[in-house]
Ligand binder design. Structure first.
Ligand code: AMP
Length: 190
């Protein structure tokens, strides 16, 4: 079973590449950002809880995120594998994911990190904000907070997988198809 962590800062292209990867490899997509937005749209308690953190560009507490992912994995009994997108975002989430998978005798195949310079990220997020309808994509200070949170809280997750020999960095600048080809080469080597 293929279990991939697609990693990178906000605006790195994780969502775009995930769409193409799930089609090629026929695996399930778990995007915690998308799941939270769905809860928000449906007005669930979980959505209400997450909203204030999302509005500020801060991380939703680990236990909330982990519970939601646990449920999603349990619901996906037929899955041939998973792409985790925007998760894990803290080392505690990464450890919890290892434990959740271990209970199913599964492991993370590898982490692919999309490397994109900060200025490019900010431009991409602002561009996306014109059509995404996401308030966190439209406000300069929220964008800056999200990048700061990534550098301080999320980047250590890359070291967590690197210490397990599972990290591959990919140049995240170029055409969507070029980047996709580089990602597929890594996945096909697993
Ligand atoms: P994203 O769509 O991945 O950019 O996520 C949008 C927002 O949802 C983030 O800024 C966080 O507030 C929240 N979020 C998404 N995934 C996580 C996660 N794994 N841990 C904590 N908060 C998250």
């Amino acid at each position: 079973m293929l279990n991939i962590v697609l990693f990178g800062p906000p605006g790195a292209g994780k969502g775009t590449q995930s769409e193409k990867l799930i089609e090629k490899y026929k695996i399930d997509h778990i995007s915690t950002g998308d799941l939270f937005r769905k809860h928000l749209g449906e007005g669930t308690d979980l959505g209400k809880l997450a909203q204030k953190f999302m509005d500020e560009g801060r991380l939703v507490p680990d236990e909330v995120v982990i519970g939601m992912v646990d449920e999603k994995i349990k619901d996906s009994k037929e899955a041939r594998g998973f792409i985790f997108d925007g998760f894990p975002r803290t080392v505690a989430q990464a450890k919890a994911l290892d434990e959740l998978l271990e209970m199913k005798e599964l492991v993370i195949s590898g982490m692919i990190s999309l490397e994109v310079p900060e200025e490019e990220l900010k431009n991409r997020i602002k561009e996306r904000g014109k059509t995404s309808g996401r308030s966190d994509d439209q406000d300069e200070s929220k964008i800056n907070t999200r990048i700061k949170v990534y550098l301080e809280e999320t980047l250590p997750v890359a070291s967590y997988y690197e210490s397990q020999g599972k990290l591959t960095k990919i140049q995240g600048v170029g055409s969507i198809d070029e980047i996709f080809t580089s990602i597929c080469e890594v996945i096909d080597s697993y």
